[in-house]
Design a protein around this ligand. Structure first.
Ligand SMILES: Cc1cc2nc3c(=O)[nH]c(=O)nc-3n(C[C@H](O)[C@H](O)[C@H](O)COP(=O)(O)OP(=O)(O)OC[C@H]3O[C@@H](n4cnc5c(N)ncnc54)[C@H](O)[C@@H]3O)c2cc1C
Length: 557
């Protein structure tokens, strides 16, 4: 045997799994189709947002959170409705995960040297109903170092395990087949890909340089989701989200190709909830792309006005930062707009300066570099938009700026094949909204939402601009942003039990086969159900990778 355990995929889930195994003395072969520069996979590029419940950071900011509130939010978001079948393990994973997030998770992160920013963001604020989708309170804790800070300890452990003779990396090895003998996973076969020195995240070649086979007592699949393969995304696009867009931008590197799902299925694993996925409606084309079709997600505060392709304000709860999939559903199912793949933000300089954040480690250099002084200057006390946002304003193909609304709408119309926006219609809606600012109360849900957000200290300090008239020239210039649908996460995947053992069609484990991270729907084949609460994906890799590593260590002991 080449190792005790083979892990397919050196992303965060694979690295955490490897750490659990090598920490228990097991010999691990870690196989990845990319080169060594890509260690850590998507997590390295991530914003590093982590879902925690009732943390000291929340308490310091006056947030009262609890397991009960978080579990209510999770169930309201997930909407598990396949409990006898595809959701049967997912719901158990969900409860265990929320318990972990409300309990051991923070000290476990701390034990690995992962530190958190003192501010807690309020992501995915929800669908405006207590029992529905969304976070009732801020729970998005950003790691110092963003995603790179989450990956670093586990990449470090892996390199140490190589020095200790416990771990072998097999980079540029693409697994094409799982070896199953007598119903038990025994190893992997695949293609050795030609050497490629592409920098991290850049698509690499798929030229064949040879074949390989590795054997072990157990195989753990941690190969990520499907987000880079638009055809697969479209193939599994659910009817409830209307028609899939013809054009999307890509929120993940090209290696997030989903091939291992089919390969695992061919080996007897059951893939469930394939119709559940998590894409964003606030994607913009990266002016400085790393991977093909590279899009960046705007994480906006609640103030930009959101219009459809025809210039009609989106209905509630399609508000910025509230209900990602609800908004996606609206954009893809309203008969008048469903053939258009874009929507629009209109906002002011004042709003962009305070409310725009861009998801991704490279878009947040102050946090990624753990530079506290730059963080304070950029986001709390400084004037102007943070550097990366300012760069998009200057260079982003989807951004236009103008002193008057009529000029802005002209420039927005120039970004589409047909001039679909009517400045008079847009003006009427913005003026109606601006009239609502005369009183601290009123009937516009979005204006009330801004006031609500500013009652939370974290938002008031650094995330939500003071309410002002969008057409007030002192708040300008005006900014228009063309928004695309951005592919990102896969919510379904290989069904696993609480030990991350891959289950077969009959519900019993395929001996020796495990799955963790995104390929396992972050545990159970779909821990999020239909909707995610944000910051739950990295944590899902940590939690399910931990379970896989521990269980496989027991099996191979
Ligand atoms: C820009 C960005 C921002 C994000 N922000 C956040 C955030 O703030 N909070 C959060 O919770 N989540 C966030 N996420 C999501 C999160 O980062 C991912 O869901 C998570 O990192 C997935 O990890 P993984 O280990 O399961 O898979 P991946 O990171 O995709 O790793 C899978 C690995 O498997 C390899 N592989 C695949 N197939 C094969 C094969 N056949 N043979 C060999 N190797 C193979 C791939 O090359 C890859 O290295 C973000 C993601 C991105 C891209």
């Amino acid at each position: 045997m080449d190792a005790d355990v083979i892990i397919v995929g050196a992303g965060l889930a694979g690295l955490v799994t490897a750490h659990e195994l090598t920490g228990r003395g097991r010999r691990v072969a870690l196989v990845d189709q990319e080169n060594a520069a890509n260690l850590g996979g998507q997590a390295y590029w991530s914003f590093g947002g982590l879902f925690l419940v009732d943390s000291p950071e929340q308490r310091r900011l006056g947030v009262k959170d609890s397991f009960d509130l978080a579990w209510n939010d999770w169930r309201g978001s997930a909407g598990f409705d396949r409990l006898d079948d595809e959701d049967s393990w997912a719901v158990r994973w969900a409860r265990a995960y929320v318990e972990w997030a409300a309990g051991e998770k923070r000290s476990w992160l701390d034990g690995h040297g992962i530190k958190l920013l003192p501010t807690v963001n309020w992501a995915e604020r929800g669908a405006l109903r207590a029992g529905g989708h969304g976070n009732s309170v801020p729970r998005f804790h950003i790691a110092w170092g963003t995603g790179t800070g989450v990956v670093a300890p586990f990449a470090g452990y892996a390199k140490q395990a190589v020095r200790d003779g416990l771990l072998t990396f097999h980079h540029r090895h693409r697994v094409d087949e799982l070896i199953i003998e007598g119903g038990t996973a025994r190893g992997v076969r695949g293609t050795v890909l030609a050497e490629d020195t592409a920098p991290r995240g850049v698509a690499s070649n798929r030229d064949r340089a040879g074949d390989f086979e590795l054997t072990a007592q157990a195989v753990i699949v941690t190969s990520g989701g499907i987000g880079a393969d638009h055809d697969t995304v479209r193939r599994h696009w659910p009817e409830r989200l209307g028609t899939p867009p013809a054009e999307m931008v890509t929120g993940v590197p090209a290696y997030v190709d989903g091939r291992m799902l089919g390969i695992s299925e061919a080996a007897g694993a059951r893939v469930v909830n394939r119709d559940r996925m998590w894409h964003y409606t606030e994607g913009v084309r990266n002016w400085d792309p790393v991977w093909p079709g590279h899009g960046i997600r705007i994480l906006s505060g609640p103030s930009p006005l959101w219009f459809d392709a025809l210039g009609r304000r989106l209905p509630d709860p399609c508000l910025p930062g509230h209900d990602s999939l609800g908004t996606l559903r609206h954009l893809r199912t309203d008969p008048a707009i469903k053939d258009h793949d874009h929507s629009w933000f209109i906002l002011t300089r004042k709003i962009v300066e305070k409310e725009f954040a861009l998801s991704g480690s490279e878009q947040n250099p102050d946090i990624t570099a753990k530079d506290r002084r730059a963080f304070l200057k950029e986001r709390v006390i400084g004037k102007g938009a943070p550097g990366p946002v300012a760069a998009f304003l200057r260079r982003g193909a989807d951004f236009v700026t103008a002193p008057t609304l009529e000029q802005l709408v002209d420039r927005m119309n120039a970004l589409t094949d047909e001039p679909l926006l009517d400045a008079a219609l847009v003006r009427r809606q913005i003026e109606a909204r601006d009239l609502q600012l005369a009183n601290p109360f009123g009937k516009d849900a979005q204006v009330q939402d801004i006031r609500n957000a500013r009652r939370y200290l974290g938002d008031r300090l650094s995330r939500v601009a003071a309410p002002h008239r969008v057409l007030d020239p002192a708040a300008g210039p005006l900014i228009g942003v063309k928004l695309h649908i951005l592919t990102r996460k896969t919510l379904g995947g290989i069904q696993t039990d609480l030990d991350s053992r891959a289950l077969g069609a009959d519900g019993t484990p395929v001996e020796g086969l495990y799955a963790a991270g995104e390929v396992a729907g972050f545990g159970g084949g779909g821990v999020h159900g239909y909707n995610a609460l944000e910051g739950t994906f990295l944590g899902g890799c940590l939690f399910s990778g931990r379970a896989a590593g521990r269980a496989a260590a027991r099996q191979t002991g």
